[in-house]
Design a protein around this ligand. Structure first.
Ligand code: NAD
Length: 334
């Protein structure tokens, strides 16, 4: 049993990770800036703290008495959010900086940092038939403006805390993660959840149309949350000292993603395209050679299977919260 802090535990991935760590017997402290009623999951037996981890004092309070840290806290969202909140995204550098300083000073043994495929050079993502981004494609650096540069800088800070202070840091570059208990509305949602929500809205509110950002031919790969959690744990407890891709290699266009969701829903919608909406890069996929070499494994849950579980959860939530002001929606009654 280890004493583990999960930063960003009120969010999508942090909520699932907290549950997984507790279920295998660890002592877990969960920390997030959001009020507890807004955390996607609350796991029984976990020490929950509501703290803003941008400040140094709060990071010391969060880590005091603990041994390991998973840092998943960041001010982030899908393309609609990161293209319009670059400064907010960059301010997450304060979270990782102060957590690393507290980890070093409090003798933390191991530290995981959640990086992103947004660190990759934009010039290597202009073709929708992207062959897969290798870890070396982050340099020469031309990351996603704002969010991606913050991730790249924070990756390097983790590396130097290892080299200079001996803090064992592990870094995974997530490629789009999706699943139940995550954001599906409000402006921070990512493509799979947004498309599920739009299709369900059509059913609940009798609309027959879906608006797709861009021409829908842009490509991405999407990793189901269960693969993400397995990958995080395997990378954390491995000897992998360099940033490594954690993503699915099943690349699809956004149009194909909509096809899949329509198949799950059992009906088709008229498609309207919004060329002025945020689109991100043209093509992105994960090259999994390195993770296969190190772990003999790669994320492999088929997109269709994961989407069905995600769709069912979002539909249940939308039916439950129909007609409510989003501010009044509560995930956990305290
Ligand atoms: P999320 O937004 O659901 O979770 C992030 C959590 O961090 C939120 O609950 C938020 O309240 C919390 N947070 C933000 N600022 C904070 C602060 N100052 N102090 C304490 N907590 C704070 O996002 P997620 O999808 O769970 O992502 C987790 C991590 O993975 C993030 O670092 C994100 O950048 C990274 N990532 C996610 C994806 C993805 O597809 N979901 C892809 C690449 C990287």
């Amino acid at each position: 049993m280890n004493k583990i802090v999960v930063a960003g535990a009120g969010g999508f991935i942090g909520g699932h990770l907290t549950r997984a760590l507790k279920s295998i017997g660890h002592q877990v402290r969960a920390v997030d800036i959001k009020p507890l009623t807004k955390w996607y999951q609350l796991t029984p037996g976990v020490d929950n703290l509501v703290l803003d981890l941008k400040t140094r004092e709060n990071c010391f309070q969060a880590l005091n008495g603990y041994e390991q840290v998973f840092n998943l806290a960041a001010d982030m969202g899908g393309m609609g959010f990161i293209e319009t909140h670059k400064a907010d995204c960059m301010l997450s550098v304060l979270i990782n900086t102060h957590l690393l300083m507290a980890a070093r000073d409090l003798g933390i043994h191991r530290y995981f940092y959640a990086s992103s495929a947004c660190v990759y050079n934009a010039e290597k993502q202009t073709d929708p038939n992207n062959p897969g981004l290798k870890e070396t494609d982050a340099y020469p650096a031309l990351a996603e403006d704002g969010y991606g540069w913050e991730k790249l800088f924070s990756e390097r800070m983790c590396r130097h805390f290892y080299e200079d202070y001996g803090l064992a840091t592990r870094i995974a570059r997530f490629h789009n993660v999706y699943g139940p208990f995550g954001t599906y509305d409000g402006g921070r949602e990512k493509a799979p959840a947004a498309i599920c929500r739009k299709v369900i809205e059509s059913e609940l509110y009798d609309k027959n149309e879906i608006i797709i950002w861009g021409d829908g031919n842009q490509t991405r790969s999407f990793m189901f949350i269960d693969d993400c959690i397995k990958g995080i744990l395997d990378i954390m407890y491995s000897n992998i000292e360099e940033p490594i891709n954690l993503g699915s290699a099943e690349m699809v266009s956004i149009n194909r993603l909509v096809d899949y969701v329509e198949e799950i829903a059992g009906y088709k919608l008229a498609r309207k395209y919004d060329p002025d909406a945020p689109k991100g890069v043209r093509g992105r996929n994960s090259d999994n050679s390195l993770i296969k070499k190190y772990l003999g494994w790669e994320p492999s849950i088929p997109l269709k299977d994961g989407l069905k579980k995600t769709y069912d959860w979002i539909k249940e939530e939308m039916i439950k919260n129909r007609g409510k002001d989003p501010k009044q929606v509560v995930f956990n009654e305290m």
